[in-house]
Design a protein around this ligand. Structure first.
Ligand code: EPZ
Length: 432
């Protein structure tokens, strides 16, 4: 397995172009199951997760063509017919979001057998809301031996679905199923994340009738058929936020392009409060820090437009060197502080108690070997490594490769000393 070695101390100066969003791309890829015409996705990130999903879709009947288009990486997905409605455990466990093929498979063929994804390092992550939404739309669901068996011989029917709390995945899954249902579906307490808006825009270009995406109430009027289209994947706000934190940590001046400051406003305000400079631009944001010590600030994760849980580990890394004590509260996942003991190996002073972590800023971090249990935690360790004295080696880089495209190259171009140490090529266990 590969590792990433970082020699800390270099300031970051330069420009980083942000890729398309992993968490949007994988839902858009699934949307290709809803039509027999080609869906062309531009601004596509090349990641382990998109590759895994490509394997699953290929088994279901999708022709997946990854290519270099005029504007960068693109993928054309074409599913003339569904050749199998079976998503096996081995593929779903590698990438949880592949569970979202269930709704489109039922919508297009009337039946599906899809593995339950199981838990993951950051929490139990049940799919009860997904299944309740599909049942409300008329699917008959049975669970046997770790699999969901779903049928809807007469097709799916529009319904009013009120989620008990906000779930990004369940909102997306319900949208993916409801676009081909008969009649009107109303989703209440829907997630408002930008990736939901991106999915709605793509579905509408495919001929769907989705209104209200980005608000807590989404109305979907079912149509008989969807068609192909071209859609540019929304910018990856988590990648942008990660490099914004990296710049604030290392100091220097980094311009993030091909992105949108408004999508990471909750983070930018915290970076400003901590004392780094933030300049919002037409195509992104510039982060500046001249070397003065940052101040400790408190953070609580929340649903959009709140502070994203996917930036919590990175922000905790930033706070390890701040002046004072920062209280970080995680409200989305029950077990998302696994990076804290690893940051402590670098010299951080962190106490975790339930959903709260207290980070008391220290004067310096020292390089060490560390490893992470999930994608965002591992990049938090890379950020800490940027300022730790000596060398930090982050293990289990396969987590990083799931969601960060060419990380070493992007940070290296700004002056960071980051290199990949190649390991054996065995395919590791995945989650997330
Ligand atoms: C998405 O996960 C993202 N993943 C996550 O990013 C992100 O952290 C999360 O949204 C929150 O923004 C993808 O888009 C692939 P949820 P998702 O359903 O959809 C509970 C990353 O690193 N819940 O909004 O799975 C759940 O356990 C990943 O890129 C139920 O109880 O998140 C959690 O506590 C990590 N039952 C909460 O809701 C359900 O049926 C929110 O989860 C569904 C969810």
């Amino acid at each position: 397995m590969d590792r990433i070695a970082i020699v800390g101390g270099a300031r970051l100066n330069g420009e980083i172009q942000i890729s398309g969003a992993k968490n949007s791309a994988i839902k858009l890829m699934v949307a290709s199951l809803l039509t027999d015409e080609p869906l062309r996705l531009t601004n596509m990130p090349r990641l382990a997760d998109t590759r895994f999903l490509g394997h699953l879709l290929t088994r279901l009947g999708t022709l997946v063509d990854e290519r270099q288009g005029e504007t960068g990486s693109e993928t054309v997905l074409h599913t003339p017919e569904i050749v199998s409605s079976f998503a096996p455990y081995d593929l779903v466990r590698q990438m949880r979001a592949s569970f979202n093929v269930l709704g489109p498979l039922i919508a297009r063929t009337g039946h599906a057998k899809v593995s339950l994804p199981g838990g993951c390092a950051i929490g139990g992550r049940p799919v009860d809301l997904h299944l309740q939404a599909l049942e409300a739309l008329g699917a008959k669901i049975e669970l046997h031996e770790g699999y969901v068996y779903a049928t809807a011989p007469g097709g799916l029917k529009g319904a009013e679905i009120e989620f008990p709390f906000v779930s990004v995945g369940a909102t997306e899954h319900a949208m993916l199923a409801a676009v081909l249902a008969k009649g009107v579906t109303v989703l209440k307490t829907a997630a408002c994340e930008p990736e939901i808006v991106d999915l709605a825009e793509c579905l509408n270009k495919m001929g769907a009738k989705v209104e209200g995406a980005g608000t807590p109430t989404i109305t979907i009027t079912g149509v008989d058929k969807l068609h192909g289209t071209t859609h540019a994947v929304i910018t990856d706000r988590i990648e942008a936020g990660t490099y914004a934190v990296a710049a604030a940590m290392a100091g220097g001046e980094v311009r993030l392009t091909n992105t949108r400051a408004d999508l990471i406003e909750a983070l930018l305000q915290k970076i400003e409060e901590a004392g780094a400079g933030v300049e919002r631009t037409n195509d992104g944001v510039i982060i500046r820090r001249n070397g003065a010590r940052l101040k400790a600030v408190d953070v609580e994760t929340g649903v959009y437009p709140g502070f994203p849980t996917d930036l919590q580990a990175q922000f905790m890394a930033l706070m390890t060197l701040a002046d004072g004590e920062s209280v970080i509260r995680e409200t989305i996942f029950e077990n998302r502080f696994m990076h804290a003991p690893e940051l402590a190996r670098l010299g951080a002073d962190i106490t975790v108690s339930g959903t709260e972590a207290r980070v008391r800023g220290v004067e310096k971090l020292e390089g060490a070997q560390v490893m992470a249990t999930d994608l965002r935690a591992s990049v938090g360790l890379v950020i800490a490594g940027l300022v730790a004295s000596g060398e930090t080696v982050v293990g289990r880089v396969y987590h990083l490769d799931r969601g960060f495209e060419r990380l070493e190259e992007k940070l290296g171009a700004c002056g960071a000393d980051v290199r990949r140490i190649k390991g054996d090529a065995s395919i590791p266990e995945m989650d997330g």
